[in-house]
Structures are given as C-alpha cells and as structure tokens.
Design a protein around this ligand. Structure first.
Ligand SMILES: NC(=O)c1ccc[n+]([C@@H]2O[C@H](COP(=O)([O-])OP(=O)(O)OC[C@H]3O[C@@H](n4cnc5c(N)ncnc54)[C@H](O)[C@@H]3O)[C@@H](O)[C@H]2O)c1
Ligand SMILES: [Zn+2]
Length: 266
C-alpha cells in the first residue's frame, strides 16, 4: 500500500482523446449546444427523471402546455414553483465553469435548451435560451413582463395560485417555451448563426429528440463545421458527429478547457 498522503479530493484529470484535443486547440471560435444533461451533475433532473414526489404521477408533457395552464393554472404554477425552488438549491457544475473559462480564451457562444441560468451563473456571457428561462415571468393574458414578488413554497404543493399581472390581473406564467409554442426567434437565429459560423460545435447533454433544436448540429454538419458530441449515451446525432466522447459534461469539458491552459505554458 502506498504511504503517500492524500493531497486532494479532486478526481484525476482525464485525458482528452487526441482527435478531439486537436479540434479544441485549433478552434478560434466555439459554439456549444447544451441540453438537460449539461445540468444533470448540478442536480437538476433531466426531463425523463424530473418527476419526483408529488409530481411523479404527472407527465411533464401534460403540464408544460398553454392548454394545461389555461385549464388548471394553480396546478401548473405549483409545478413551476417547485422547479424554481429546485433552482435555488443548485449551482453550476465543473462543466458550466469550464465553458465560462474557455470563453475567456476564445469567443464561446452557447445555445441552450435549458431553462435554468447555470451557464450565466458560471460566468458565460453569450448564452441564447432556445426554450426561454424559468425566471422571465410574464402575463399569460397580455404578455407583459412580471417583476413583482413570487411566493416559492419550501415544500411541494399541488396547487398554488400564480401571481397576477400588475396591469391586467391575468395569471403570471414562466417565460419558457411550452410544447406547441414557437421558439424565441432571436435565440433560434443565434443558434443557427453559431452552427454555421464557428470553427467547432460541441453538442453536450442533449438527446436530440426535441425539434427544432435537434436540427442545429445537423446544420453545422452540412456547413462543414466540425462537431463533437459529449454524452454518456448514444443519441440520434451520434452517427453524424465528427467525434463522439462518451463522457459527462462535468468531466469532459474541464479536460477540454484545460488544453488551452496547457497551450499558454508552452
Ligand atoms: N436544466 C434544465 O433547464 C432542464 C431540465 C430538464 C428538462 N429540460 C428541457 O427538457 C427538454 C429535453 O431535451 P434535452 O435534449 O435537453 O434533454 P433530454 O432529457 O431529452 O436528454 C438529456 C441528455 O443528456 C444526456 N446526459 C445525461 N447526463 C449527462 C451528463 N452528466 N453529461 C452529459 N450528458 C448527459 C443523456 O444521455 C441524454 O441524451 C428540453 O426542452 C429542455 O428545455 C430542461
Ligand atoms: Zn397582463
């Protein structure tokens, strides 16, 4: 047995596969498409794992729609209030922090499907939210932004009256894109511009099942932009990616970003 003292709890940095390292080192602009897997190691559940406790018997597909909110605003708002509560308890993981650090070396544009704010909290500046964010509240009736107070219960409740619009008294909804709704045009255009305009596109933690975001990596591919998928599991995009790394966001991204630190020491 080794008698060496344990000096750190940090895991050993892992080695980046050489073809991926080459792409990382040579990219002077980087685009990143992220999905729920990006935030999984922060403790934000992916959609497939999202329903626990009280919410286990509800399908997100039936809660995350304008029709559901119109019919049962108290039920849908209670679900979002719980998700807002979850957000208060989580922090950016090593993958979010690595992208922010990378962005201080070269321009890194992020298009995320996540409705959390963990990229911003990590320090990334250029972030387009394809599916909106939980935090941009607005009136369901008149669309005006809502900046009033929000009560967030400390325990799961099944019914909670949403706040009311300060102008028309309509119910307040989260600023996310529900099933059946259009994506915010500006964010989608930004994602498309990244896909065709960068030296390297990373596709991190997205199942590639939700359209139209799923088309972004293919757009890069047809534009001749090299793509790298980071995902522990196979996805529909895997066969099309130039490189695939079966790793997690919080493991792979720090190792990739560290390659740029090494370059500085040369
Ligand atoms: N954090 C959030 O904001 C959040 C959470 C849940 C769901 N959503 C929404 O759910 C929808 C689902 O689409 P999606 O593709 O984003 O998610 P998804 O749940 O369909 O797929 C998640 C993907 O992440 C991969 N993954 C799991 N853990 C990972 C890790 N540690 N590192 C890297 N990859 C990992 C999985 O293999 C899977 O392919 C989106 O519309 C998104 O807005 C958002
Ligand atoms: Zn209103």
């Amino acid at each position: 047995m080794s008698s060496e003292p344990a000096t750190t709890d940090l895991p050993e940095p892992i080695e980046v596969p050489e073809p991926i390292a080459e792409l990382v080192r040579s990219a002077s602009t980087v685009g990143v498409l992220t999905g729920a897997g990006m935030s999984a190691e922060s403790g934000v559940p992916t959609f497939r794992d999202a329903q626990t406790g009280l919410w286990a018997r509800y399908d997100p597909m039936t809660l995350a729609t304008p029709e559901a909110f119109a019919e049962q605003p108290d039920l849908v708002w209670a679900w979002y209030a719980w998700r807002l509560r979850l957000m208060q308890e989580v922090a950016p993981n090593a993958g979010h922090l690595a992208l922010a650090r990378w962005g201080r070396r070269v321009p890194v544009g992020i298009a995320t499907q996540n409705v959390d704010d963990l990229h911003e909290r990590a320090g990334s500046i250029d972030v387009a939210h394809l599916h909106g964010t939980l935090f941009d509240l607005r009136c369901f009736d008149c669309g005006r932004p809502y900046h009033g107070t929000v009560e967030i219960p400390t325990e799961q409740v099944e019914r909670l009256e949403p706040p009311h619009c300060q102008v028309c008294f309509g119910p307040v909804r989260p600023g996310i894109v529900w099933f059946g709704e259009m994506l915010p045009a500006e964010a989608f255009e930004r994602a498309q511009a990244l896909a065709v305009g960068v030296d390297l596109l990373l596709v991190v933690g997205t199942s590639g099942l939700v359209q139209p975001a799923a088309g972004i990596p293919l757009l890069a591919k047809t534009s001749g932009v090299p793509t790298i998928e980071l995902n522990p599991d196979e996805t529909p995009f895997s066969d099309h990616a130039d490189q695939v790394w079966r790793t997690t966001a919080a493991v792979g991204l720090p190792a990739m970003a560290a390659l740029l630190d090494d370059d500085d020491r040369d």
